[in-house]
Ligand binder design. Structure first.
Ligand code: 3AM
Length: 204
């Protein structure tokens, strides 16, 4: 299932490994709208590393470098988690920043309302990866689409506060296991597997 691009050491043996994360992909029209909003911020914020339009997504769980011996388990986990929730909508209606707008390292857009399906999916995935031996993710999974990362934290409170609230409906109908290859010009994301929410396989 997993295309191998790297090598890693595991138990003394050299095995292939890939950098992976579970995420929710966004419909093209939503990505187009987000890219437009991102360009407006780019006029006001200096020093940001801006996510390429095609890479805009909602991360569910970052896994890091994973040996290919875990591929089948991660696929089973994805399928099982995806079968637990039906297709749902995310209403992306606010801009925000991590850790907070006054000292922003990440600029994002996301929903202001809690999303029960997202929380269930995130919990299923978290329990599953912990059962496979991944260390617990301490940060609460908060649905968001990263627009930019700032190497040096900035006070974006005024920029965020001054921006008109977004109002984008994103339909989510699949869970994706994504491969990330770090390249000098930015990461290259390649879907490894996709599972329809509510059950069933989707072609990658
Ligand atoms: O979608 P966001 O930006 O929240 O920041 C990375 C991105 O999340 C995050 O995984 C997503 C896909 O790259 N990420 C990258 N390295 C990470 C790390 N070492 C990480 N999350 C946690 N630990």
């Amino acid at each position: 299932m997993v295309a191998c691009t790297g090598g890693g050491r595991y138990g003394g043996a050299i095995i292939a490994s890939v950098r992976l994360f579970y995420c929710l992909e966004l419909p093209d029209p939503v990505r187009d709208d987000l890219a437009r909003l991102s360009r407006e911020f780019q006029l006001r914020i200096r020093g940001g590393s801006w996510v390429a339009p095609g890479n805009l997504h909602v991360t569910l769980r970052f896994l890091g470098e994973v040996g290919e011996e875990l591929a089948a388990s991660l696929a089973g986990l994805g399928q099982e988690a995806a079968s637990r929730v039906e297709s749902f909508g995310l209403f992306l209606d606010r801009f925000g920043a991590f850790p907070h707008p006054g000292r922003a390292r990440v600029l994002w857009v996301g929903p202001s309302q809690d999303s029960a399906p997202f929380a269930i999916l995130a919990q299923q995935v978290e329990e599953g990866v912990q059962a496979l031996g991944f260390p617990p993710e301490r940060r609460l999974a908060h649905p968001h689409v990263t627009l930019a990362r700032l190497r040096i934290p900035q006070d974006l409170a005024a920029v965020i506060g001054g921006a008109a609230s977004p109002a984008l409906h994103a339909r989510v109908d699949a869970l994706t296991l994504m491969q990330s290859e770090l390249r000098p010009k930015g990461p290259l994301y390649t879907p490894v597997a996709r599972w329809a929410l509510g059950g069933g396989h989707r072609a990658v």
